[in-house]
Design a protein around this ligand. Sequence first.
Ligand code: SME
Length: 161
Amino acid sequence: MVEELILDNTFSKEDKYKTLLPQIEALVFGEQDIIANLANIGAALKSTFHFLWVGFYLVKNEELVLGPFQGSIACTRIKKGKGVCGTAWQQAKTIIVPNVDEFPGHIACSSASKSEIVLPVFNKKNEIIMVLDIDSEELNTFDETDEKHLLQITKLIMSFS
Ligand code: SME
């Protein structure tokens, strides 16, 4: 298992993702424990991009329940259709929020959060089993580049779920 990520802060966002994905694949290779893998994936994303908060909410009994995360304490349960996370789950699609103050029903776990991206994670039966939630301290942080590469990470999670 790799012990340290190779990071280059001079890289573009695209290049950071391209460098990170194979390292994440190596990190989870041969490990089937989902919590261990999610914890490392969250840490890898946080340390590469210095996002405010990176974490997973797991689908449990018709609710999202806080899973492995990196960042400040966060709300533990989110109902379907609530907040950005519950909406991404309900609509089964990625949601990019350029300004959280303009998203009706946004759940503010931290007043420092300004923009957000949430991607649903599917299992092999095409059921949503969790969402990946990333918060930024700056407005307009997330775009199609994040969506494209984070989607690859959700597909990797599917492979061991
Ligand atoms: N902002 C999220 C809640 C989770 S925190 O960002 C960690 C939402 O509106 O669903």
